[in-house]
Design a protein around this ligand. Structure first.
Ligand code: AMP
Ligand code: MG
Length: 417
């Protein structure tokens, strides 16, 4: 007899085995969607020279103390600098340099007045700028380090690289970016009833949908899926493919064959390998037969063949394991509170993860089950954007109750590349 353990404990047993993976360097152009393998520390202040944030005139603020609309002052314009060019003279208090956004502030200048507040005039073949107000020292100067100070940690390791982080990386000159290697995750589908998607249907057979679903789930979690195809329900074939997968992948996921049927060989394979069984029964629905075992420090997830059980088993156990290998601190599905919109009155001896749909209404999260909820159902997986969590030992929940939900498509932490 198998002894069910609580979901939390099953997760803990799995996570106790996770270790952080390796890093690799990839080009800046390819790095978005990957996970940073090192902190990004400001190796220099940004900006690294004082710059003008506007088009205007760089000047010495002291020269403007007397300026007002009644008493405009005139400064001689001795040069014009655009972004990328530098005027290397030394400005005197009676002078100004016309300066464009992004250009370096000339020596001797300590403020910029915006071009809109000035008028340029010509007198005796010379250029002058007329100024009608006092300018304060430091006004309109982007100071060294204003954006990022040298030594500051700008982005932490384990963060998924998004477009804003790409900008920071480029600013510091990373043409190669340290990212975590994607853990290789093998997918093995067991079941003599399975057909490849391109094979013609035959009576009694079904298409292998789990493999492709898992492939997408693994990618979303940041792993690199490797399809090991389907294996018939024989001990030898199953063992042989699992051994191959263990040699080639960091994590091995099997689907099906993990229960107590006559042709369920996974328990025998674990035993034959001498793998350390972490659990083979979890107090949850769907997926109570979900199993996990460790062989030579590699995790074997034995997920149910039932599509919804397979999906839930992956999200609860394999996803955080992969994310931990990637060094991500946020590993688990986002948990939120929502108001149940319909009665769900089935008594729950085990914790239920009900495929559900959440939506924001009047500043609150509403949730309702998407319909068919048996573990063999595929359609509800396509409709669900959350799992409604109903703890075990309850008699069901009435509409209006506050319930926990796990968000499935939380874009902030998906990896897409
Ligand atoms: P099992 O876990 O092997 O007892 O399978 C449970 C149910 O899931 C059976 O109805 C199987 O036919 C079905 N099933 C198993 N593997 C897959 C798969 N890869 N894709 C879709 N359904 C599957
Ligand atoms: Mg089977």
């Amino acid at each position: 007899m198998r002894k069910p353990i609580p979901v939390d404990e099953a997760i803990e047993r799995v996570m106790a085995w996770c270790r952080e993976g390796e890093k690799e360097y990839i080009s800046l152009e390819q790095c978005d969607g990957r996970i940073l393998a090192e902190h990004i520390e400001a190796t220099m202040p940004i900006p690294w020279f004082d710059r003008s944030p506007y088009d205007g005139y760089a000047l010495s603020a002291e020269a403007t103390t007397e300026a007002s609309s009644d008493h405009p002052i005139l400064l001689e314009v001795v040069a014009t600098v655009g972004a990328g060019t530098v005027w290397d003279g030394l400005l005197t208090p009676k002078q100004a340099v016309k300066i464009m956004t992004g250009a370096a502030i000339p020596d001797g200048a300590n403020a910029v007045i915006m071009v809109e507040l000035t008028k340029e005039i010509e007198k005796e073949g010379k250029r002058f700028v007329q100024i009608r107000r006092k300018v304060d020292e430091g006004e309109n100067i982007s100071r060294v380090g204003e954006d990022m100070k040298q030594g500051e940690i700008v982005v932490e390791k384990g963060t998924m690289i998004h477009p804003g982080i790409v900008a920071v990386l480029a600013t510091f000159g990373y043409d190669r970016v340290p990212v975590m290697k994607k853990p290789k995750v093998a997918i093995i589908s067991t079941g003599s009833e399975l057909l490849h998607v391109y094979e013609p249907l035959e009576k009694g057979k079904i298409r292998n949908s789990n493999a492709y679903m898992l492939q997408a789930q693994i990618r979303r979690a940041g792993g690199e899926p490797i399809l090991f195809g389907k294996v018939a329900d024989t001990f030898e074939h199953t063992l042989q493919v699992i051994q191959k997968a263990l040699r080639e992948a960091d994590v091995v996921i099997t689907t099906g064959g993990v229960s107590v049927g006559d042709f369920d060989y996974m328990p025998h394979v674990y035993e034959h390998l001498g793998a350390q069984l972490l659990f083979n029964k979890v107090a949850m629905r769907p997926g109570s037969v979900t199993s996990a075992a460790v062989f030579e420090k590699k995790m074997l997830f034995g997920l149910s063949g039932n599509p919804s059980a397979c999906y839930v088993g992956f999200e609860l156990f394999a996803r955080p394991f992969i994310k931990a290998m990637l060094g991500q601190s946020k590993r688990y599905l986002t948990r939120a509170q929502a108001v149940l919109q319909k009665d769900f009155l089935k008594p729950n001896p085990f914790t239920r993860f009900v495929r559900a749909s959440v939506s924001h209404q009047d500043g609150m999260l509403h949730v309702e089950p998407v319909g068919k909820d048996k573990s063999n159902i595929v359609s509800s997986l396509a409709q669900a954007n959350a799992l409604l969590v109903l703890p075990g030992g309850t008699r069901g929940f009435q509409a209006g109750s506050r319930v926990d939900v796990l968000l499935l498509h939380d874009e902030g932490d998906c990896v897409w590349s």
